[in-house]
Design a protein around this ligand. Structure first.
Ligand SMILES: Cc1cc2nc3c(=O)[nH]c(=O)nc-3n(C[C@H](O)[C@H](O)[C@H](O)COP(=O)(O)O)c2cc1C
Length: 316
């Protein structure tokens, strides 16, 4: 392994750029969909163009008003959300938000969700050719209305089908975002690869619920919600480790990352880059602090490039 100290014993800079199946990032830290708005809301706190990429909030073909309230609940070491993809729709995103992000030099990943395979494909076609989009992330934790509401991401056949349909419409790197609410995540990852995925994003939230004992009712109006935050970190690490061993695709890993030490764990487990979600609510500057923490770790460990770190803890 090369040293990151030069002959005079002075620390040399380390290389923290990464390539996720054609998606080139200046550093390996992105902010997760739905936890950072369109990025523009955070401009008072940090230079948003310094983040590896901003994954914008879940975008749909038509505008959605989301689920009724309450749609957020705090839990020990995490939170539940059932926002229900509130967003103004893909056309408004492309017309009003994308140009502003482009002007600021932000690397933008668009997270898309649909009711049918055709909707995903139509959105990919609309996004294609718009300057300023670096990649598409597919939220496949959505009900497939043509298959009785079964989530796309829980069945290998529908995962392959939706990835294939999107790939036909775009030349951008496509990252399906895997749901942890499955028995065998490796099988799902292989289906995404068979559909032509360029990289994998994992994991989305774990299905959960909370109950108000005074009202004797579920806390969330939607009853169930997605669990995120530190509580899910061990599950995310385990799934990334499993997929890294079995599937030859770069992984964007996340789930409960609250520090650069957490991020390094994800990279050692097989992630090429990491995403920060719930942590943004605790500390809006976390993504950039994690970038600095990773850089310091590499220097301390005499590792010249973050790419060397990926999968180092995986036992063959
Ligand atoms: C309030 C909230 C909204 C979210 N909205 C989306 C979304 O629109 N699309 C999506 O793919 N994931 C969404 N997620 C999931 C996050 O992007 C992330 O994958 C998940 O929360 C796990 O990471 P974390 O523990 O760092 O938050 C949302 C999460 C939260 C907490």
């Amino acid at each position: 392994m090369q040293s990151s100290f030069n002959k005079a014993g002075v620390k040399e800079d380390v290389d923290i750029s990464v390539d996720l199946g054609g998606l080139k990032l200046k550093n390996p830290v992105v902010v997760a969909s739905g936890t950072f708005g369109y990025g523009l809301e955070y401009e008072d706190f940090l230079d948003i163009s310094a983040i590896g990429a901003v994954i914008v909030k879940g975008t749909t073909l038509e505008p959605r008003s989301g689920n009724p309230s309450p749609r957020i609940a705090e839990t020990p070491a995490g939170m539940l959300n059932a926002i229900g993809l509130e967003n103004p729709g893909v056309d408004v995103f492309l017309k009003e938000y994308l140009p502003r992000l482009r002007d600021k030099g932000v690397t933008v990943i668009v997270n898309i969700a649909g009711n049918t395979v055709e909707e995903y494909a139509r959105m990919a076609a609309k996004i294609e050719g718009n300057e300023g989009v670096a990649a598409i992330e597919l939220n496949i934790s959505c009900p497939n209305v043509k298959k009785g509401g079964l989530q796309f991401g829980t069945h290998p056949d529908t995962v392959k089908e939706v990835v294939e349909a999107v790939k036909k419409e775009t030349s951008l790197p496509v990252l399906p975002k895997l749901s942890p609410n499955v028995t065998d995540v490796v099988e799902i990852a292989k289906a995404a690869q068979a559909g032509g995925a360029d990289a994998l994003s994992m994991i989305n939230t774990l299905l959960g619920m909370a109950i108000d004992i005074k009202k004797k009712k579920p806390v969330l109006a939607n009853i169930f919600g997605g669990l995120s935050g530190p509580a899910i970190k061990p599950v995310a690490l385990r799934m990334i480790y499993q997929v890294y061993k079995e599937v030859d695709l770069p992984i964007l890993g996340g789930g409960g990352i609250m520090s650069s030490e957490d991020a390094v764990e994800f990279i050692l487990a097989g992630a090429s880059a990491v995403s920060i979600g719930t942590g943004n609510f605790v500390n809006p500057r976390l993504a950039l602090e994690v970038v600095e923490g990773i850089r310091n770790y590499l220097q301390e460990e005499n590792i010249r490039s973050v790419r060397e770190l990926t999968g180092m803890a995986v036992i063959k």
